[in-house]
Design a protein around this ligand. Structure first.
Ligand code: KG4
Ligand code: ZN
Length: 354
């Protein structure tokens, strides 16, 4: 089966072609094209939705054309079209959704709506050379590249922080999420506060390399609570107050603040995810979303699992599949193949979990 995926939920315009057959545990990626309007948002220090939507209009047709032309796949060989319907920015979502509907009608192909958040998880099931080397088993065990179920899925993106129980490739149950800011949002807002370039996540990761995480001790709200929820907005306030109090913003200070912020967010994410893993006695942890590209998060996660001698396998997508792309959307559609009439597909910016 060959699926064309389309993703336009925020500031990336993505189109990808994947191939897989029934029973496959991973898909084969044939092409993956992403055009980002990031340079425009760097100038404004964040995303202005109207600007992102205008860029989506500009990129959508060239990106789809390129994704198709870079494979040797004939149009007739495409079995279905998958498209992100939400959550996201309405102006951006509409471009992808209406384009996908038009193509499904014109080419007479089935169309599958995909929840963007669920799409992130499936970035772990994209087969590629480099993704194999990232796989990690626990100490002393053979390294497996295939997730075993049940699993805990951790979504840490710009807009969401969620923990889900994955019973198999299809069945998901939401366990908890952030009560205020998402982990990525905390990185972005604090990055802005520290006058680092947008997006804050990669900027704070880079600045942290020169910093000492022990200099500032920030609160870790809800880290010890019994539930599987998160809260990150207090961290932003704590950093704001610290910056106000110190009155200077020299490079060393920024580095130390960055390292402390990164460590705080990582500690909370790992503690809560391992709590979920223990509670549900899972065999795998599957991380996803933009923040899962963070190398320190990856290293500390692995170390913590080893230290605790937990028998759980840890998975991260290849870094380029952590942030928004259409390959993950097409992959999610393959594992949840539920086409609906194109007339019934609508963008839903508020879409969450059922
Ligand atoms: O998943 P994503 O591309 O978009 C959403 O669906 O929201 O995630 C974007 C988020 C941004 O908040 C960005 O700051 C964060 O992921 N991010 C990172 C890193 N790379 C991206 N956060 C921490 N460390 C990184 N290396
Ligand atoms: Zn995303």
């Amino acid at each position: 089966m060959i699926i064309l995926g389309i993703e336009t939920s925020c500031d990336e315009t993505g189109a990808a072609v994947i191939e897989a057959k029934k029973g496959d545990k991973k898909i084969n990626l044939l092409s993956n094209v992403v055009a980002s309007s990031l340079p425009i948002h760097i100038k404004t220090g964040g995303i202005i939705p109207e600007n992102a939507a205008r860029q989506q209009i500009k990129y959508i047709i060239p990106v789809i054309k390129q994704a198709l032309s870079s494979t040797r796949v004939e149009l007739s060989a495409i079995d279905a079209i998958a498209v992100t319907i939400g959550p996201g920015l309405i102006g951006s979502l509409l471009i992808g959704v209406e384009t996908a509907k038009t193509l499904a009608f014109a080419w007479n192909k089935p169309i599958i709506p995909v929840n963007h958040l669920i799409g992130h998880i499936y970035a772990n099931f994209i087969e590629s050379e480099s993704s194999l080397s990232l796989r990690s088993g626990f100490a002393g065990e053979a390294i497996s590249e295939i997730a075993e179920f049940p699993a805990i899925a951790l979504i840490v993106s710009g807009g969401h922080t969620d923990l889900l129980l994955m019973k198999n490739y299809r069945e998901l149950k939401w366990l908890g999420g952030t009560r205020d800011d998402a982990a990525g949002e905390a990185f972005d807002k604090i990055g802005r506060l520290l006058e680092l370039p947008y997006p804050g996540g990669p900027s704070i990761e880079k600045a942290s390399e020169q910093g000492n995480a022990a200099i500032f001790k920030f609160p870790r709200p809800m880290i010890d609570s019994n539930n599987l929820d998160f809260s990150f907005s207090g961290l932003k306030t704590a950093v704001f107050q610290t910056v106000q109090r110190l009155k200077t913003k020299d490079q060393r200070l920024i580095a130390n603040l960055s390292a402390s912020v990164q460590q705080t967010i990582i500690d909370v994410i790992i503690t809560k995810t391992l709590k979920a893993a223990e509670r549900y006695k899972v065999k795998s942890i599957i991380a996803a979303g933009g923040v899962s590209a963070n190398q320190k998060l990856r290293d500390e996660f692995r170390k913590k699992i080893e230290d605790k001698k937990m028998k759980v396998k840890l998975f991260f997508p290849e870094k380029k599949f952590c942030t928004d792309n259409a390959a993950m959307i097409a992959t999610a559609a393959f594992f949840n193949y539920k086409p609906i009439p194109w007339q019934k597909i609508t963008a839903n910016p508020e879409l969450y979990f059922d």
